[in-house]
Design a protein around this ligand. Structure first.
Ligand code: GRF
Length: 191
């Protein structure tokens, strides 16, 4: 399965996926990594692994791409032969150009048990709500924010003593395992 990974941040999910591929646990190939942040750790990690890593300037909007920039992302993914688009810490809404180019072929990971706590810093939302369990969700991406159909979830406990950092770290451990599993499942189905 040829995958393209989009991320805006440090890239720990990318690293987990790349490690699972390298270990032979996931039968996929990362064809390209794209970021909207020139200094993002995910691009550095991709280059260290000798993968194609591209920065695409997003344009003037804060929460989405300008249409021409999103079209550039589509072109890069298509040229790279990408079959599944994996959002890993991607901080912009996905619009028509990308959604229409990859119908039901874009997945995201979110740090909560959706539909609970969509949006930013979901682990802080979980702490504020006082729940004793949260987790992470892999879902198909649609035009909404964290609203697409759920593919898989993993649960983690919330302890009364948790700081936001501790809870986020616990969720990320679960994310890394879950994302690799889900991509492995997509790869098996693609055979
Ligand atoms: C993860 O917590 C993910 O759920 C959220 O953004 C974070 C990305 O972290 N969408 P990383 O860049 O993969 O380390």
């Amino acid at each position: 399965l040829k995958i393209g990974i989009l991320g805006s941040g440090k890239g720990s999910n990318f690293r987990a996926i790349a490690d699972a591929i390298a270990a032979g646990a996931v039968d996929a190939e990362t064809r390209i990594v794209i970021s909207d942040v020139e200094s993002a750790g995910i691009l550095t990690l991709a280059r260290e692994r000798h993968l194609r890593a591209e920065y695409v300037a997003p344009g003037k909007f804060k929460t989405k791409f300008e249409p021409e920039a999103e079209q550039r992302v589509v072109s890069l993914l298509k040229e790279a032969g990408v079959e599944l688009v994996v959002l890993a810490g991607w901080m912009r809404m996905i619009k028509a150009p990308l959604l229409e180019a990859f119908p039901r072929r874009i997945i995201n990971i979110h740090p909560s048990l959706l539909p609970q706590f969509p949006g930013l810093e979901a682990w802080k939302q979980a702490l504020a709500a006082g729940v004793n369990e949260t987790g992470c969700t892999v879902h198909y991406v649609d035009a909404g924010m964290d609203t697409g159909e759920v593919i898989a979830q993993s649960r983690v406990p919330v302890f009364p003593s948790d700081t936001a950092e501790q809870l986020h770290a616990r969720i990320q451990v679960a994310e890394h395992e879950l994302y690799a599993e889900v991509i492995g499942e997509f790869a098996r189905k693609a055979e």
